[in-house]
Design a protein around this ligand. Sequence first.
Ligand code: PLP
Length: 386
Amino acid sequence: MTKTRTYLDYNASAPLLAEARAAAIAALDSANPSSVHSEGRAARQMADRARRSVAALVGGEAEHVIFTSGATEAAATLLSPDWRMGRSALRFSKLYVCEADHACTLGGGRFDAGDVVRFGVDVNGIADLAGLESVLAQHDREAGLPLVAVHAANNETGVIQPVQEIARVVKAAGGVLIVDAVQAVGRISIEITNDCGDFFILSAHKIGGPKGVGAFVGRSDLMMPVPLITGGGQEKGHRAGTENLSGIAGFGAAAEIAAAGFDAMDAMRNLRDKAEAALLQQFPGAIIHGKSVARLANTSLFTIPGLKAETALIAFDLAGIAVSSGSACSSGRVGPSHVLKAMGFDAEEGAIRLSTGPETTQADIGRFEAALADIAARRGGRPKAA
Ligand code: PLP
């Protein structure tokens, strides 16, 4: 990502932070953290520091952090019908997931497709609490407990979910709540001890850490899913396999920076709002999704009526600007967004997502504005408001 380009796709992957790169490189030479010799113990200390930093980011305890290969693996581990509470087996008979969730939880993990129930969102992308309450009221407790998964902040729209209210509904139904906090951490204050769910799913590369490393963090470890990956006893038996120490060390360093980074949010909101004002000036009919509710300060998802998102993406790319079309998790696929569909919006143009980070500057947004003006001019002047 050279400086001749403007990178506005942080929700897909934030650029690697210098501190995360340094920590990851330092850990590449480490020994096996399970070894008892001095070299092994030094490696263990690196992992432990990262564990403390990741825990601190979400107000949790270091011993409740289980490192994985990313948020997707964390979700696949947690979304299981089979859990253990001490020596006893615990069964979740149904999984309730939000329609606007990321594919990693929407897919239902290790539940049979028939045991996955979806609850919707309103036109603004906010989870339908009454709908969730109603499906949970029909839950058959004889068959097992209800497990619920929801994202804290949407990767496409940036819309922030009322996680505490959702947690209250889930608790009242005797369920367990898994929160995909991937896009929320470091951007909004969300703490696992603050009645915000029972387990958080995290990913390093959304906060400036390396790709291919993530974690799940529990309020406690009394109740844990049956492991997805079995073998050695790493991660206290909850995730076997020699730790990706380089990734974990990089994740820890990024978590330390993210935990201190809330001050940047106001500046990021100003830049995002400036970009949106320019969008509406050039394209008065543009639709900004989720604009009337609380959103992440760094995210804007918009549709320009009559202009295909794919065409706009190419035009932005040629102008040196990296934006995306909603989620980037589908191998470069540009297709209809299930998030917008869940919000009742199904325009064939699709939508363009701009997502900034602490390093985004006024000049970056200036280039975005110039590219917008160029696209509008090439389309023969400003279209009329819809
Ligand atoms: N959850 C959300 C909200 C995401 O945005 C993403 C990635 O885009 C994931 C989960 C998956 O994360 P990972 O790439 O670590 O598997």
